[in-house]
Unconditional design. Sequence first.
Length: 132
Amino acid sequence: MLFFSNQTPTLLICRSALAFSWIYQGAVPKIACQSRGEIDLLGHIIPLYQLACQAVFWMGVAEILFGLFLLVTRWSWVFWLNVAALTGLLCFVALFEPIMLTLPFNPLTLNVSLIALSAIAALELKKSKNLN
């Protein structure tokens, strides 16, 4: 609890929302329910279906771990890495499955929101370090 006590409410909200998003996206569509859409997207670079399924599972594990890491990291560069990763994932979707960008609650709206939260978290973390 001591770790979280010296952080601004804004930073805690950003961390929580980002962690929830990564953990949920790793656990539900990649591990628990193995979304066909996730497998099809990865199929653009891993054409063998069984390997794509295994890769989606391990990506889910990595996303869960990354989400947990976002809760506790003291490094603002991790949030900027998140911005770069989300931008890359968005470009990947735009290149290989652009129709997804027209759906409700699509990768564009999700990723832009998460990018904004990541930038806010990075700036808040830097600000809180400067105050100490």
